[in-house]
Design a protein around this ligand. Sequence first.
Ligand code: BDR
Ligand code: CA
Length: 313
Amino acid sequence: MTHKIILDTDPGIDDAMAIFFAFQAPEIEVLGLTTVFGNVPATMAAKNGLSLVELANKNIPVCLGAAMPHVGPESTYAHFVHGDDGFGNINHPAPTGDIDPRTSAEFIVEMARKYPGEITIVAVGPLSNLALALKLEPQLPSLVKAVNIMGGAAFVPGNVTPVAEANIWNDAYAAEIVFGASWPINMFGLDVTYDLPFPPNFTATLREQNQVLGGFVERAARFYTEFYSQGKDEPQCFFHDAFPLAYLIDPSLFEMTEGHLRVGTDPLHQGQTSFAPVGTTTSEHWLKMPLIRVATKVDHPRLTRCFIETYGK
Ligand code: BDR
Ligand code: CA
């Protein structure tokens, strides 16, 4: 069975790795990329998405999405992690095609109506587009099969503040709306993505598997690896955004814990994902939220093998 997905993304280097992983996976059919501000501003995210689609020779829509969080000022972006261009400053040529005229939220709603119950939204950037789509179509949760999110930190520290992960921190109000909607959510946060550091020979292997796509990731990830290797004995980097896609291919790679999640929106706790596994709280603040599933363990060798083999397909 192939999984129809919409990939909601803010490319971004690990986004690029994840997008190519999805393109290469025979189990996954990508209907389109919906882009959003996050690692880079919204217009750059859309152009970068289009560049990746063109590099992979795919003919799918790339939509421009939210440029601002639901509440508060423009984001500060993460150029220090992903480079000025979002691709580790590798001077990749600009795309030649056009951005789709539909907004990201419009595309999500249109596809969900066209394929009711069939689509998994894989969200690997701030959740702004999903919250906007819920506003456009309040029945969206009943039209969508599942939402697989890279974001949050349930039992580990954050990466933007001591309590908040970047995607959720970037639009905490949108995240609280998305986690409050009644659709099946699988969350892949720093609990699992920071558990699996990749050495530079991993991207070299991706290049050996696929000269064009793996080669791009290998070049782009040099800048990203420098960022993640500061203060470490050995160079390393992380491929956060590919995790929710791997779950589609093989759910047995992960151990999932069920519970209720709240997102902090006040300045001190902005983007904090406070998770209460089933049976651990009597607080209405959590119990009133829908049940979600959070990845709490990942099989390192099998996931690494899945990435490498899929790049070689
Ligand atoms: C997440 O934030 C972004 O920098 C990455 O692309 C990933 O989606 C990790 O916290
Ligand atoms: Ca991302």
